[in-house]
Write a protein that binds this ligand. Structure first.
Ligand code: ZN
Length: 237
């Protein structure tokens, strides 16, 4: 890849088999974000860096989001050796990625997460991205299927995980759950989650932890979903 290419290669050591894995990244200066959907799905002009967020080791089949690739404990290593590596056909995912190829690597990462009993928030994050890739492809049925999975795992994360330290805070998690319910046409549940978030904001102890933009969008979406839920109710009556 030449200097003019928006893509370049980097290396990361596989924590499972110790192979130096060559993987592809998009140059920061080439990244042009044009807009973002309410569920944070980013749209880009030119190369889409989201498609390169997952790294898969060509030798052993271990795959993960690049930010968590190097963290693998003994338990997870054993699970992946047993469930993934034994059945793995060696192949590389280095170089430019089409939407189809991105779907393949994200699904490998998802399988890895399931097999190693990963936290729900990590599973949700990958399901959400697979849903977005289907959105890029305008495949609504498959997008919906993966957003449903994402919703299930974000709710489990909200119930069971300590979200005070990780990248996903509990308020963003509540917002995403509300937004996913809205996208899936479940407006009553959606309005309940947005309302819960708005209630948190009215508590002085929590107010400062909630970003202004998040609460503004939550208020807009809350009104939309409330109206949609009321319209459905009157239609059904
Ligand atoms: Zn490996």
């Amino acid at each position: 890849m030449s200097d003019a290419s928006p893509l370049y290669s980097s290396q990361i050591k596989c924590p499972l088999c110790e192979t130096q894995v060559e993987y592809t990244k998009v140059r920061t200066k080439s990244v042009k974000i044009t807009r973002q959907d309410t569920d944070f799905c980013p749209w880009y002009e030119g190369e889409n860096p989201l498609l390169y967020e997952v790294v898969v080791c060509p030798e052993c089949g271990y795959g993960a989001h690049v930010t968590t690739f190097e963290t693998l404990n003994k338990y997870k290593k054993e699970k992946i050796r047993e469930k993934i590596t034994k059945r793995w056909k060696k192949r590389s995912f280095h170089g430019q990625r089409t939407l189809e190829q991105a779907l393949e690597v994200f699904k490998i990462a998802l399988l890895n997460l399931y097999e190693m009993d990963a936290p729900s928030s990590e599973i949700a994050k990958i399901c959400m991205r697979i849903g977005w890739i289907y959105r890029y492809k305008a495949n609504e049925d498959m997008e919906k299927k993966f957003l449903e999975h994402a919703l299930k795992y974000y709710q489990l994360a909200y119930q069971n995980e300590d979200l005070s330290r990780g990248k996903l805070d509990e308020y963003t998690c509540m917002f995403i759950i509300g937004d996913l319910y809205k996208r899936l046409g479940q407006h009553v549940e959606s309005s309940q989650w947005f309302s819960r978030l708005i209630m948190c904001y009215s508590d002085p102890a929590q107010k400062d932890k909630i970003p202004q933009r998040l609460i503004e969008t939550a208020r807009e979406l809350f009104h939309e979903t409330k109206e949609l839920a009321a319209a459905e109710k009157s239609k059904g009556a």
